[in-house]
Ligand binder design. Structure first.
Ligand code: V47
Ligand code: SF4
Length: 417
């Protein structure tokens, strides 16, 4: 405990902290009512040490929002200061029909009523790409249901056509769920399959399909798609090829806190091994139009606690992302004080998987100006990034015509003419 340390130790510790960090931590740790075990975790974080799985479980079980929020914000500011990243991307969902039966997904039921869904052709998808000609988008995120016609040959063709049309567009495509299926059907190893897709133009892998790795839960909510182990193996191979990917967790349904910690432990371990993950994206379970509609959604407080605890636990992940179309703009803004430093940046309305599941944003379209204002309004610095976190533009001091300029956290916006 800080109180039990020698003055030399305390001096050394405080010399590594900013004044702001010191006073925030002092206020937090000197609370006489603070649980001693939480106090010890606070000291670990102050010292920049990794917390254990038991610590993470304790945070989930006992720590108040303000406690985890303060620690997460210290880590966030150590890593990024006030920087908040977004990108300009668009989504293509090849189909909303899926052979798998994930209970939480509104796509799975459509296999029985296939005619109610969509199954885009190669030309349909190329038309979607062409619709962005001349637009300053840097990434296309391709993910959807799994269907037999979308096989390895199809995706090689799609990726190479996209690159032939627009070589600078980063293709962030598919997840281990699709890869496991298409590589198996094509009878190629993960490595060989990836080599072919990289040659066709695949650049990086999004974080989907992770759900909850622990078999006790995965069996109940996503029994027939790739296992947690297979998901991790596929990312491992991808990283070994020198490529980057993201990771997600689908939380707030039937899993326990121990399952969330188990999930993050497996990710932290793989990240220690490969260093290939860029971003962790907690995805809140939404209960509309799926077979788990009877489960109540968790509260915003729980969402913020979950962001914060993942920021504290995943010390080897550079970024924590809040996917704003799913949680809404206000919670996304709040999350920036609870460990989140990235809010994605979808700029169109083609992301159907969430609107079908009941996301906050029925029309998830935000212009760059809106996104920048949203970030500035909570005192953070907006940076447009590319998929690999190269900085495209720092908007901190940029003022758009007619932008509402926020001064500090509480001042009313002033329209800049
Ligand atoms: O794996 C499906 C989730 C994921 C529901 O890498 C649901 O940058 C909540 O992974 N409630 C796919 N979530 C999307 C995804 C993603 C999104 C944004 C950015 C990135 C990235 C990745 O969507 C699925 C599943 O976990 N999902 N149904 C639902 N009812
Ligand atoms: Fe298919 Fe993915 Fe939905 Fe599962 S979550 S049913 S794999 S689209």
């Amino acid at each position: 405990m800080l109180a039990n340390r020698t003055s030399a130790e305390l001096l050394l510790l405080s010399s590594r902290m900013t004044m702001n960090e010191q006073s925030t931590l002092n206020a937090l740790l000197q609370d006489p009512l603070l649980d001693p075990a939480l106090h010890a975790i606070g000291v670990s974080v102050a010292e920049g040490r990794r917390i254990s799985d038991d610590d993470a479980l304790l945070l989930y079980e006992k720590a108040p929002l303000a406690f985890v929020g303060t620690l997460a914000n210290i880590i966030r500011e150590r890593k990024h200061g006030g920087k908040t990243y977004f990108n300009r991307n668009f989504h293509i969902e090849p189909t909303n029909v899926c052979i798998y039966t994930c209970q939480f997904c509104s796509y799975s039921r459509l296999i029985k009523q296939r005619e109610d869904g969509w199954e885009y052709s190669m030309d349909d998808m190329m038309d979607m790409v062409k619709a962005y000609d001349g637009e300053p988008v840097t990434e296309v995120h391709i993910v959807g249901g799994v269907m037999p016609q979308y096989n390895l040959t199809f995706y090689k063709d799609l990726f190479s056509r996209i690159k032939a049309h627009r070589p600078d567009l980063h293709i962030k495509g598919l997840t281990p769920v699709e890869y496991y299926y298409i590589f198996k059907k094509a009878k190629v190893s993960y490595e060989e399959g990836f080599r072919q897709l990289i040659e066709a133009g695949l650049d990086s892998m999004p974080g989907g399909g992770a759900e909850i790795f622990h078999p006790d839960i995965r069996q109940q909510i996503a029994s027939d798609k790739c296992t947690g182990e297979q998901w991790l193996d596929i990312h491992r191979v991808w990283h070994q090829l020198g490529k980057r990917s993201n990771a997600t967790i689908l939380y707030g349904h039937i899993e326990s806190y121990a399952h969330r910690v188990d999930h993050m432990a497996r990710l932290r371990q793989l990240q220690d091994e490969t260093g290939g993950f860029q971003t962790f994206i907690p995805l809140k379970f939404r209960n509309q139009d799926n077979q788990m509609s009877h489960i109540r959604e968790v509260t915003t407080v729980e969402d913020l606690r979950n962001y914060a605890i993942s920021r504290i636990y995943l010390d080897n992940f550079d970024h924590i992302k809040a996917y704003w179309p799913m949680i809404g703009r206000s919670v996304a803004q709040m999350s920036l004080a609870f460990g989140v430093d990235d809010i994605d940046g979808t700029i169109d309305d083609t992301t159907k998987i969430y609107s079908m599941a009941g996301s906050e944003e029925q029309n998830p379209a935000l212009s760059t100006k809106d996104l920048v204002q949203l970030i500035k309004a909570v005192g953070r610095q907006p940076l447009e990034r590319d998929t690999l976190y190269g900085i495209i533009m720092d908007y901190t001091d940029h003022v758009f015509p007619d932008e509402e300029v926020y001064r500090g956290y509480t001042a009313l916006p002033v329209v800049q003419r």
